[in-house]
Design a binder for this molecule. Structure first.
Ligand code: BG6
Length: 288
């Protein structure tokens, strides 16, 4: 593990943690937003980061795994909340029997307490890398004297060789809100979901694991205390509107985002909940 420091926007110091795991696996995490920007295993990069992404702390990273907290989407706070634009603290990094585990922390501060979500909180983010898995788990703690509620999500941008050949298994029979159709409620009928247009869907209460497959390889996504899955690809029209996403990049990515966003997570004073995902690389697509 090493920590690289450099200067970003307005001379702000940017720090990136580089993690080397077993069998050539590796990951990189920016302390800005605690954004995982790289996960390599099986000899390839598995996460997508736009070549136009800002990596200087001037805006949320367009790619990797930005963290959405305490608000998913638009609302009283800036889009997707404040966690993805804060400096997190690196607490520890150590090897264990099968890989490397890194712990990061975000607590409330003067800014967050002055925001529309003014509560005192403590987030402990554990990133655990093994030869074939990347596990990202947040322990959310209410350190306030009053109860609070929030939504949260791991906005995972997976790199795929070609969106036209990419399938997502595990969503059949799951109700979803189609944000492109104004939030219409529908039910997924396909065994294997494919994407061929601007898609923005919230699959609600997904019962099991999902698997994203392309070109004979796949990444499985198992969730822990997160209920929902957001599926997003901006396609050509939305890509053209984003300054930090190149026009020709949408065929190389799919966002499959584990979170609880259709309902709220509520914590009383002193309560905690741990939620997260385990990404598992498979050199063959098993289609769960
Ligand atoms: C997804 C939302 O999670 O994130 C989309 O469902 C949104 O509606 C997308 O467009 C990207 O959001 P942002 O704020 O990173 O551009």
């Amino acid at each position: 593990m090493s920590v690289q420091k450099f200067f970003g926007a307005d001379g702000v110091s940017v720090e990136r943690v580089v993690i080397n795991g077993p069998q050539g696996s590796s990951a990189e995490v920016y302390l800005y937003g605690a954004t995982v920007t790289s996960w390599k295993c099986g000899g390839k990069e598995r996460l997508f980061v736009s070549r136009q992404a800002k990596l200087d702390g001037s805006k949320p990273v367009r790619g990797g795994i930005p963290l959405v907290f305490p608000q998913f989407g638009p609302g009283a706070l800036p889009q997707h909340g404040f966690a993805r634009t804060r400096q997190w603290t690196l607490l520890s990094a150590e090897e264990h029997g099968q890989g490397v585990v890194v712990n990061l922390q975000l607590k409330d501060n003067e800014d967050t307490r002055a925001s529309k979500w003014p509560f005192k909180f403590d987030l402990l983010y554990t990133i655990d890398l093994t030869a074939t898995t990347l596990s990202t788990i947040i322990k959310y703690e209410n350190v306030d004297s009053q109860a609070f509620s929030f939504t949260s999500l791991m906005h995972t941008y997976l790199r795929v060789p070609d969106i036209a050949r990419t399938t997502v298994a595990g969503l059949k029979g799951v109700p979803y809100l189609d944000k492109i159709k104004g939030g219409e409620g529908l039910v997924e009928e396909r065994d294997l979901v494919t994407v061929d247009a601007n898609e923005d869907r919230v699959y609600i209460d997904v019962p099991g694991a999902v698997e994203v497959a392309c070109g004979g390889e796949s990444v499985g996504i198992r969730r822990f205390n997160f209920k929902d899955i957001v599926l997003w690809n901006p396609w050509a029209e939305k890509a053209a509107e984003m300054s930090d996403f190149a026009d020709d990049e949408y065929p190389q990515m799919i966002c499959v985002e584990a979170g609880t966003v259709a309902s709220q997570i509520s914590l009383k004073p002193g309560q905690t909940i741990s939620c997260g995902q385990i990404l598992t690389f498979n050199s063959s697509a098993s289609h769960i």
